[in-house]
Write a protein that binds this ligand. Structure first.
Ligand code: NAD
Ligand code: ZN
Length: 341
């Protein structure tokens, strides 16, 4: 089968032929139809410091996928051949206190497909049946291929009650844009999204009914006043990993505001802790998706009017994967989906 792998310790990914994986008794084999390119895949492509120390050479990359089940392990009884599916790419252990308490997303022994284990940039993926998420007929393979990042957005956005609240999202990357759309869907009053990239702010406004703010040119305080907010934002969703964005968010929050942090800063970054203390702000770090509550919620929201389809701005056949990666690296696209069929 065709797979995309890091076969050389340098920038790029290369198409190679490998045997179709053999599955164990508790696994399924999934024929991949569509995959999404993630920021993580760009780190791996670039072979930056994180990638060099995390990703083994010759690993098949990719973790955002939709496909269909073509083989069942002998213990798998709840799934069927031909079932369309996506799946949770975090492979969890079952021994930790958190896993045994059912908090699978907090398992410290988690391993990621496409990062630590062979992934989904392949014609076939082996996955534990436990990780499979069946796709209802009304959810397309394109959307199935971006449920992983949509899940990051949903997990972050639903960290705090949003009904009637004013929400600030910092960073209009694909995940920030989807989080803003979720906040709107979940009943927030005002949803403001910031970035310094005009293409992405334009995409945000196209995907959802949000107020885009270019913080390189506009004053966030003027926007707060214009929207008639008395103090500032009730809930903050940090989706940029940029220190200036977090500083700005802390300043723009109400007393007692709540912030969920998904964005990953490049290294240690200074934080004005006394400001957080005196504003009595709650901070929550968010990793991955809640397994499987986030999946349940996002699928029901998609069936109930949440529309993030226009966050997919580019589609390429897999043989044009280089163009896909270049498009993603250029930094003004939304999600890029690769077609393996
Ligand atoms: P992205 O890099 O595509 O988007 C980040 C956006 O932030 C960019 O559009 C950038 O222009 C913008 N930005 C830069 N400076 C800014 C500023 N001062 N104010 C506002 N915006 C600013 O990332 P993405 O794929 O949308 O992911 C969002 C973040 O979430 C990234 O940091 C990513 O690493 C992280 N992430 C975390 C998890 C997790 O489990 N915690 C999972 C996936 C992604
Ligand atoms: Zn991803």
């Amino acid at each position: 089968m065709k797979t995309l792998a890091k076969t050389k310790p340098e920038e790029g990914l290369w198409m190679r032929q490998t045997p179709v994986p053999e599955i164990g008794p508790d696994d399924v084999l999934i024929k991949i139809n569509k995959t999404g390119i993630c920021g993580t895949d760009i780190h791996i492509w670039n072979w930056d410091e994180w990638a060099r120390k995390t990703v083994p050479l010759n690993l098949t990359t990719g973790h955002e996928f939709a496909g269909e089940i073509v083989e069942l392990g002998k213990n798998v009884t709840e799934l069927s051949l031909g079932q369309r599916c996506s799946g949770e790419g975090h492979l969890i252990g079952k021994q930790s206190r958190q896993s045994r308490a059912g908090k699978f997303h907090l398992d410290p022994d988690t391993r990621g497909i496409g990062v630590n284990e062979d992934g989904a940039f392949a014609q076939y993926l082996r996955l534990p049946a436990f990780n499979v998420v069946p796709l209802p007929d009304d959810i397309s393979d394109d959307i199935g291929a971006i449920l992983d990042p949509l899940g990051n957005a949903v997990h972050t956005a639903l960290s705090f009650n949003l009904l009637g609240e004013d929400v600030l999202v910092t960073g209009a990357g694909p995940i920030g844009i989807m989080a803003a759309a979720v906040a709107r869907h979940a009943g927030a009053r005002h949803v403001v999204i910031t970035d310094v990239n005009v293409d992405r702010l334009a995409l945000a406004a196209q995907v959802a009914d949000v107020v885009p703010v270019n913080v390189a040119e506009e004053d966030l305080n003027e926007i707060i006043a214009r929207l008639g907010m008395r103090q500032g934002f009730d809930v903050g969703l940090e989706m940029s990993g940029n220190q200036a964005a977090l500083d700005q968010m802390i300043e723009a929050m109400v007393m007692g505001g709540r912030i969920a942090l998904l964005g990953i800063p490049p290294g240690k970054s200074p934080v004005d802790w006394s400001r957080i203390v005196f504003k009595a702000i709650t901070l929550k770090g968010v990793y991955g998706r809640e397994i499987f509550e986030t999946w349940y919620k996002m699928i029901t929201m998609l069936q109930n009017g949440l529309d993030v389809s226009s966050v997919i701005t580019h589609r390429f056949p897999i043989d044009e994967y280089r163009t896909g990666f270049e498009t993603m690296k250029a930094g003004s696209s939304g999600k890029v989906v690769l077609d393996w069929t």
